[in-house]
Ligand binder design. Structure first.
Ligand SMILES: NC(=O)c1ccc[n+]([C@@H]2O[C@H](COP(=O)([O-])OP(=O)(O)OC[C@H]3O[C@@H](n4cnc5c(N)ncnc54)[C@H](O)[C@@H]3O)[C@@H](O)[C@H]2O)c1
Length: 341
């Protein structure tokens, strides 16, 4: 195989996340050249022409793949179309970075993983939180046993919701296109982080609810996780929140790691008791733990494509997180704990 000097990149779906992360990322990366995008919405073509001139626009994916012959693509469409677009691009010989969640069903995720294997191409899922400095430091500290035996994780990701203000239209609130509400959208990031930091999940109990917005999907959710190693965890996600805690907390026998995305990553050690003799020792490990993420995602992805970095956010990781999210919906509907796998 001749060495590729500059990878021909294309983006499928040119909305908010494409314009915030993927398009500028491929333009900036010195090993890629952004040649094209696909989007059925003509309003996007106008925006791209204005903001990123010179990138050719298509409304047909097949036509773009045939004419542009890209080596790498990002799939940034609404969730329903992730599988079909990813499989088409893999079959056309592209490495694919697909946005989260991997797909709308486990069957689709399996087909995507099989297509990547068959094509011998890389498939990465956009679990952006893993690329923040704070989570990366926590992963390293867990491996070093800095907090001893970890037994509890709490994750809270919440904001005011994807529309209006972020996405180009209301599709996040349409069950058929989004495949879920906030428990899937924000929950998938939180679940992936929990799996990455604490390992496989054995069972989930969850409640998804529409508390505030007048939408046909959930806008708030709580998940209780039972890890295979015996640890417990809980996740709160929401689309209706004013600013508050955003991040995660890890509790171990020798210390706690509080990763507050806004106020910093702190390690707490010392003596904690129910009495007055508690002595807490706080150490600020990083005052900007949410540094990284979108601005470095495409560089990370291109390093993976070129074999310089190992692929960890792969199809299997995407599938594992989706399995927990779908089990959480099942639990919420049934009012019962659901075993995974
Ligand atoms: N990793 C992250 O942090 C992160 C953040 C936001 C969104 N996302 C994910 O990115 C994806 C896109 O979300 P968004 O916020 O950019 O939405 P968006 O509505 O802003 O953009 C979606 C775009 O896809 C286009 N589109 C629809 N169907 C298409 C098709 N079949 N082929 C090509 N284009 C199509 C739409 O016209 C629109 O321009 C979602 O899966 C979402 O979950 C990830």
């Amino acid at each position: 195989m001749p060495k590729i000097e500059r990878y021909r990149a294309a983006v499928i779906g040119a909305g908010a996340i494409a314009q915030a992360c993927h398009i500028p990322g491929y333009i900036r990366n010195k090993h890629s050249e952004l040649v094209a995008f696909v989007d059925p919405a003509l309003a996007r073509h106008k925006e791209i022409e204005e903001n990123f001139p010179g990138v050719r626009g298509y409304t047909s994916l097949d036509e773009m793949l045939a004419k542009e012959k890209p080596n790498v693509v990002s799939v940034c469409t609404p969730n329903k179309y992730h599988a079909a677009c990813t499989i088409a691009a893999l079959n056309a010989g592209c490495h694919v970075l697909c946005e989260k969640p991997i797909a709308a069903s486990l069957q689709e995720a399996d087909l995507m993983i099989a297509a990547a294997k068959q094509a011998r191409k890389k498939l990465m899922i956009g679990f952006t939180n893993r690329l923040y400095r704070g989570p990366q430091k926590c992963k390293a500290l867990l491996q070093k046993k800095t907090i001893g035996k970890p037994f509890m994780i709490r994750v809270r990701f919440a904001h005011g919701g994807p529309y209006p203000g972020w996405a180009k239209d209301k599709w996040f609130y349409e069950p058929d296109i989004a495949a879920g509400g906030v428990m899937l959208d924000m929950g998938i990031h939180a679940i992936d982080l929990a799996l990455w930091l604490f390992g496989p999940i054995a069972a989930v109990s969850a409640k998804a609810a529409t508390l505030i917005k007048r939408i046909p999907v959930d806008d708030n959710a709580l998940l209780l996780l039972e890890f295979k190693n015996g640890a417990l965890g809980y996740i709160e996600v929401g689309w209706t929140s004013k600013p508050g805690f955003t991040g995660f907390e890890l509790y171990g026998t020798e210390g706690s790691l509080i990763c507050d995305y806004v106020h910093g990553l702190k390690l707490c050690s010392g003596k904690a008791s129910a009495g007055a003799d508690s002595v807490n020792e706080w150490e600020m490990l990083d005052d900007k733990p949410a540094t990284g993420g979108w601005p470095i995602e495409i560089d990370h992805w291109m390093d993976i494509v070129m074999g310089k970095e190992k692929l960890t956010m792969d199809g299997a990781a995407g599938r594992a997180a989706l399995e927990v999210a779908l089990a959480a919906y099942k639990s919420s509907r049934a009012g019962k704990r659901v075993a995974i796998g």
